[in-house]
Design a protein around this ligand. Structure first.
Ligand code: PGA
Length: 241
């Protein structure tokens, strides 16, 4: 299975940024040995999908409703995302878990809606700084119902909360310990789950991307800040190929 790199734009870009961003990716990156995705704000998904033609970039959303359909003002359903050609969606990002008090149960339900609509769910997990001494217990709780999902449409992203947007990347040892634990957990779940890719996210940049990406336990990268500038994101990607 190819490794995966996903840029998470969060709430950072404006409409006028979209076309120039994709123009940078219209040449030279087509034969990469890994998959690349971008997750823009939902208002720009359609424009990004149109602009991504002739680039290697897949387009995904940053969140989805746990409901299938109905009177949920402001929400977006998995089927709506799928109807415009969205290919994947992040759920359970720490900015949703902690900023919006989303529970692991809710996040698994969101992932289920995505998979029912044929979309790949990228489920984020990770401990806070206070939880670091017992990170395994935290990850175990966050992974508790993962076996109710379809492993073929599932990617996990380990993002220690203390490393997100702080410039404080986790040490290689920490990443290996967490990814090793998650891999073991998945292996015990079933053979199919043992093949699920586990991304690392949290202050990945040009200088540390390759050393993390090349770890055997790491299935790819989830990149926030360093995905915003197209030229430097492309440069970062080039260090991995
Ligand atoms: P960062 O964000 O790369 O800016 O730390 C990662 C993320 O939140 O997914």
């Amino acid at each position: 299975m190819k490794k995966l790199i996903v840029g998470n734009w969060k709430m950072q870009k404006l409409f006028s940024d979209i076309a120039p961003y994709f123009d940078v990716f219209k040449d030279k990156l087509k034969e990469l040995p890994f998959d690349i995705g971008l997750a823009p704000s939902s208002i720009y998904l359609q424009s990004c999908i149109q602009n991504s033609v002739k680039t290697p970039l897949m387009i995904g959303a940053q969140d989805v409703s746990e409901h299938e359909i109905g009177p949920y003002t402001g929400d977006l359903s998995a089927k709506q995302l799928s109807s415009i050609g969205v290919q994947f969606c992040i759920v359970g990002h720490s900015e949703r878990r902690h900023g919006h008090l989303e529970s692991s149960e809710l996040i698994i339900n969101k992932a289920k809606r995505l998979q029912e609509a044929g979309l790949c769910a990228i489920v984020c997990i990770g401990e806070t700084l206070e939880q670091k001494p017992y990170f395994k217990d935290v990850l175990k709780q966050q992974l508790a119902d993962i076996n109710t999902l379809n492993p073929e449409l599932l990617v996990l992203a380990y993002e220690p909360v203390w490393a997100i947007g702080t410039g404080q990347t986790a040490q290689i040892d920490d990443i290996q310990a967490a990814h090793g634990y998650i891999k073991e957990f998945l292996k015990e779940t079933s053979y199919q789950f043992s093949c699920v890719r586990i991304l690392y996210g949290g202050s990945v940049g040009l200088l540390n991307a390759a050393s993390i990406f090349n770890l055997p336990q790491v299935g790819g990268l989830l990149i926030g800040g360093a995905s915003l500038n197209p030229e430097s994101f492309k440069q970062l990607i080039a260090t991995l190929g």
